[in-house]
Design a protein around this ligand. Sequence first.
Ligand SMILES: [Zn+2]
Length: 437
Amino acid sequence: MSRSYSQAARKALSEKELEKEEREKERKKEREKEREEERKKELYSKGCVAQCINFVVGEASKEVNDLDVQEKFSRNLATILARDKEVVAVWLRILQDRCEIYFSKNSCWLDKDNEYIENITNYLKNISKNTPAKSEDNESDFIVAVAYYCYTKLKYRLNKLKGDLRFCGNNEYVKYFINLLSNKENNKNPMMISKVCSKVYMDVKNEPDVPTKFLEHLKKAGSYMVSVRGILRCAYNAQYKSLFSNVRIIKVDPVIINKQPIYSWKNIIKRFIDEDKYNRFMDRCSENPEVMERINKVYTVYTNNATREQPLDGIDVIQCDTYLHAELGILALIINKKINSRVFIAVSKSCCYLCGLYLDFVIEQGYNITIYGKHMKLYSRWIFPHVDNNDFNARSLKFLIENLNRIIEKNLNKPIKSLPAGPDRTWKTSNRGYRQT
Ligand SMILES: [Zn+2]
């Protein structure tokens, strides 16, 4: 009797202890979550201040050129998947029995995106299945689908090129381009023009007297036909038949936060300097229209078709429509899957300063990631990529905040005139030295 009583008591006690342990674990998790939320709020708030006072943090790095066939294929896919102003990232993962293609973008996947991806996947599967026979119908359907989907962005790039023709019409290489376009066959539709752009780019890219902007616009407009051709070459290659026949498309869910609480402009700056210095700093800012324009943009919220300027010394400040950058959606997957082998993330646009910084941290942790160039602009509407490992999150947040602290500190103590200029004056390096984009 007494033995069974003590057994029951022990059982009850150990159950209680287990429950207590569970509760303690839950509380610990809650505290960690709260700490992470607080650190993210600090990061986003400092990102806002840093964007206003130092929009372009450094020199853009060059695009990666030593890509293998599969990496080029994913880069080409990223180009034809970017509709209008969206940024798309692609990761091609070759496994023993199949190929997985991960797509990630800054915004939500719409029906027309899903339909387009399904269609182009089918065209490419059919071409690959029939190879070495030519699949002319599938090929032309594929090109038409790309032209239709990318129309807005391609048109935008061609319009930029039109501007170059007006400004540099007397340059012999521009004349050469105009001459080719005067042939009606070359001028039938935007994709034909893209083809001419890619040809002229290849012909003139090493000539010393080609206007830099013209060359850059030629490359961008020509990238559509270059990508289409590159993708078709792979689909026609018998070597890749098994990849196309057993491909799995995975679309990464976007992360968008409509109302992110942040600390105000003054709250952040006062963590670095006292009231006197703050007032003098504000006087200097007010003399710089570009900084004032950025402050206005960053701290104005757009809700229900109305705009509301938030006081710089406000208490309840928010940031609207922040989103996870496309490349980070894929990067988070790679970290969660603990993939240490080389991964190339193809992005339709070079990555921004904060994405580049996060990537530096990830590489430092032993991951082997390559990405397509960095443009070094600092965007505050940026979401931190949460991964499954809390310690990893805490350390990466610390790293990002420390870098933003450095940027803010350096710029608060600098004459305001030397702050980097506005968004349209990014300085990039080229083989001709510095150029304005
Ligand atoms: Zn980014």
